[in-house]
Design a protein around this ligand. Structure first.
Ligand SMILES: Nc1ncnc2c1ncn2[C@@H]1O[C@H](COP(=O)(O)OP(=O)(O)O)[C@@H](O)[C@H]1O
Ligand SMILES: [Mg+2]
Length: 350
């Protein structure tokens, strides 16, 4: 699977722009705000159906435009996503449309033509940030690879909102406890699948790691646990157990025991843990799909020390890779090690 080209129309800062890639490593070079990350975002959108940084799809539509279009050519197929604000020329439209070779597709049929693994500096927050960042990570990966996971997660999240409403109403004396039964069953059924799928992924990841380990801090959801937390849940109007409370942490094996990297790791060790996580993700995608994903590396070289750069470069040569880098040039040591590369320069007034 090779991404040959992408075309952007009213996407973020780009009015109209085409980028041709080749199997070689491609460098997108340019100053800050030139739009480098925007290009990776567009590619990732074609792979995953969503942005890795926008909370709303409309953020990706160029200011003052009514729609945005991203097209990508992969071997014979042309993928296309159109985003709108819900209206074009005063007429109501779908907010998101997926097409393959000009034929509209449902999301499950659209996903899978392009696979991408993204590595960005903010990924350090997978070690340092809040649990919700780590849950979002698990969801983003699993939703792309496992349709059952996606439907369970969607049902679970809707059920969770409803159950919380019922809890609040019971507290206010406006609902009966028996009204929880339906939502309990729905959350247990979907929540257990979410927990299991995450667990399998983490076990796979751990097989790829050497001296670092991911510990899945699972919040299982069962009738017994719901019963146990019932009084607290009623008092708070909030569901306290289940995958929406899951977390994971990185432990490093040291001579004097295992250490939590978020608390005791050096910045270098934390970055290395994230790098290993990304490598595990790469392997996981290959195992699940039998396809080689393209690698998207967003400004990561400045963050890595020499040894880790070497590790990344070795991998780059095996995949179609698109790398952004701030500035006009990339370091000589990187240039020397990467076999063939293509350079695309971006300016601020794209
Ligand atoms: N919806 C949008 N419409 C127009 N411009 C946008 C939109 N969203 C972001 N931008 C612009 O895109 C630029 C950031 O692009 P980015 O890809 O993050 O740059 P970098 O090259 O530093 O990675 C900023 O100048 C920002 O104003
Ligand atoms: Mg950027």
């Amino acid at each position: 699977m090779i991404l040959k080209l992408i075309q952007l129309e009213n996407f973020r800062s780009f009015k109209k722009r085409e980028f041709k890639f080749s199997f070689k490593t491609c460098f997108l070079l340019g100053p800050n705000t030139a739009g480098k990350t925007n290009v990776l975002e567009a590619i990732y959108l074609l792979a995953s159906g969503k942005s890795f940084r926008a909370s709303q799809d409309t953020e990706m539509i160029k200011y003052e435009s009514e729609f945005s279009r991203v097209k990508g050519k992969i071997e014979k197929d042309e993928l296309e996503i159109i985003l709108t604000r819900g209206e074009i020329n005063g007429k109501r439209t779908n907010k998101k449309l997926y097409k393959i070779n000009n034929t509209p597709k449902r999301l499950p049929d659209f996903l899978g033509s392009l696979r991408a693994v993204l590595f960005k500096p903010e990924d350090i927050n997978l070690v340092l940030g809040s649990p919700s960042i780590r849950r979002d990570y698990l969801n983003l990966i699993l939703e792309q690879l496992d349709w059952q996971y996606r439907t369970c997660l969607s049902a679970y999240n809707k059920g969770l909102r409803q159950r919380n409403k019922v809890l609040s109403k019971i507290r206010e004396g406006e609902a009966k406890e028996s009204q929880l039964t339906f939502w309990n069953q729905l959350l247990i059924k979907n929540g257990q699948i979410i927990n299991q799928t995450r667990e399998i992924m983490i076990i796979f990841y751990n097989k790829q790691f050497k001296d670092t380990e991911i510990i899945y801090d699972k919040s299982p959801i069962t009738l017994q646990r719901l019963e146990k937390y019932k009084q607290a849940e009623l008092a708070l109007g909030m569901t306290l157990v289940g995958p929406h409370r899951d977390d994971f942490k990185f432990l490093k094996h040291k001579a004097n025991g295992r250490k939590d990297l978020s608390l005791y790791g050096s910045r270098g060790e934390q970055r290395l843990a994230v790098l290993y996580l990304k490598l595990a993700e790469l392997k996981f995608v290959i195992q699940k799909t039998n396809q080689k994903p393209i690698l998207l590396l967003d400004d990561i070289f400045s963050e890595l020390d020499k040894k880790n750069r070497k590790l990344v470069i070795k991998i780059i040569n095996d995949y179609q890779t698109i790398i952004t880098n701030t500035g006009e040039e990339i370091d000589k040591d990187i240039k020397k090690e990467i076999k063939d590369s293509l350079f695309i320069k971006l300016n601020i007034d794209n």
